[in-house]
Design a protein around this ligand. Structure first.
Ligand code: PLP
Length: 425
């Protein structure tokens, strides 16, 4: 590493040369974290309202997580799925109780959980066909959806940029206008083996499904034996103030997927399903080398038990409700804020310009508050569940100042030079 360069600059240069060009990272080198704060190599603390994209629900360096990792690391890290270990059933009993579903498959990421769901839906339709029912192999997925980066997941993901360079992806997917019941009814047929829905779209801009839409999807699936697949990788595990977002709607899907917060930062995913759906899988049809190992299961158990002991669903509802109220206050103060959406600690505000959203997120970062921009115009908040009202106040005050400054500069500039492009010309 060259002398005279900071550690960050050296790492940046090395990554630029060595790593696949897939990420646009912020020029910050993170070395630690505690509670709701991340710390960079210079000792600066950042208020983290994104928690590693909805992952670190208990924040950083949580004692229960550290203890579970330490204890299990001394006992056993890996067994393979050729043997039993003591934590699989312990975790499965919790997840089935929390979800209202019957059976669990563990894996290592969100996209792997979603691939499992797609495969199960296809296999289940095959079982129904063998029993004489009329049901095809197609999926309906939603506009603005995001389900991950592997071939089946990108096939059900709406954004063309994520899908088209990799064509041909999995065939048999048609997109439906999200929350458009008429479009859903029109595109549904006995050709469909599954309807794919994020109960609250995450990457798509924090857009909750409407009650009518989710109810219509449930009813259509019931009419043919197709499965309702609820992707709760971002919205599940308490993020919205219920264990699963579908519980706000009183609707039970046939399949749901979890990942992001389940092991608070260790890679883990899970697919949960009904007994009826589960009968489509038999030994050897699906599997994973690392999935559901003793370490991640022990940590997920610690995460769930900590959430229960500390009554965190109520805390998420309380602080999330307060956060949303403060965002509504921002909307009343700033014309550029056109919508406030979400539930619990899965929140977003829509701004009237993509450029403004980009600059607002960057300025928050400059003030050491981490948020992100998704779906061009949406500022997204996915903070740790341990967030407190004072943190909300800090963030809202910062955002209020930033929006005020950015929009008054824009207005002033617009006043001086109505033809914006001619500023440089
Ligand atoms: C993040 C996310 C995924 C993909 O998860 P990975 O762990 O990145 O594969 C899938 N679905 C939703 C709703 C997500 O938010």
């Amino acid at each position: 590493m060259n002398e005279g360069h900071t550690k960050l600059e050296s790492i940046q240069a090395a990554e630029k040369k060595l790593m696949l060009n897939t990420y646009e990272r912020n020029p910050v080198l993170m070395v630690g974290g505690s509670g709701v704060f991340l710390r960079d190599e210079q000792g600066t603390d950042y208020l983290d309202l994104l928690s590693g994209i909805g992952v670190c629900a208990l924040g950083y360096a949580h004692p229960a997580v550290e203890a579970a990792i330490a204890a299990q690391s001394k006992r056993l890290l890996h067994t393979s799925n050729l043997f039993f270990h003591e934590h699989t059933a312990e975790l499965a009993v919790r997840l089935t109780e929390m979800s209202g579903l019957d059976r669990v498959f563990f894996c290592n990421s969100g996209t792997e959980a979603w691939e499992t769901a797609l495969k199960l839906a296809r296999a289940h339709a095959g079982v129904l066909r063998a029993e004489g029912r009329t049901i095809g192999t197609d999926f309906l997925a939603m506009d603005q959806s995001f389900h991950g980066r592997t071939m089946g997941s990108v096939a059900t993901t709406h954004k063309q940029k994520y899908r088209e360079p990799f064509a041909p992806v999995m065939p048999g997917v048609e997109f439906v206008r999200f929350n458009d019941v008429a479009d859903l009814r029109q595109k549904f047929s006995s050709q469909v083996c599954g309807i794919c829905i994020e109960v609250i779209q995450g990457e798509g801009g924090i857009r909750p499904a409407s009650r009518e839409f989710l109810a219509a999807a449930r009813e259509l699936c019931d009419s043919t034996g197709a499965l309702l697949l609820a992707d709760e990788i971002q919205s599940g595990m308490g993020r919205t103030g219920e264990w699963f977002a579908y519980q706000h709607y009183g609707i039970l899907p046939d399949i749901t997927t979890l990942a992001k917060p389940i092991a608070n930062g260790l890679p883990m995913g899970a697919m949960l399903c009904t007994e009826e759906a589960a009968r489509a899988f038999s030994p050897g049809m699906h599997g994973t080398t690392f999935g559901g190992g003793p370490l991640v299961c022990a940590v997920a158990i610690a995460v769930i038990d900590t959430m229960k002991q500390n009554n965190m669903l109520a805390q998420v509802r309380d602080v999330g409700g307060y956060f949303k109220q403060r965002l509504e206050w921002l909307r009343r103060r700033h014309d550029c804020v056109t919508d406030v959406r979400g539930m619990g600690l899965m929140l977003g505000i829509e701004l009237d310009s993509a450029d403004l959203a980009k600059r607002a997120a960057a300025e928050m970062m400059a003030q050491h508050i981490i948020i992100n921009r998704t779906s061009e115009t949406v500022l997204r908040f996915l903070p740790p569940y341990i967030l407190e009202r004072e943190h909300v106040d800090t963030a809202i005050a910062a955002l209020d100042g930033i929006l005020h400054r950015l929009t008054s500069t824009t207005a002033a500039m617009a006043g001086q030079a109505p033809a914006g492009e001619q500023l440089h010309g």
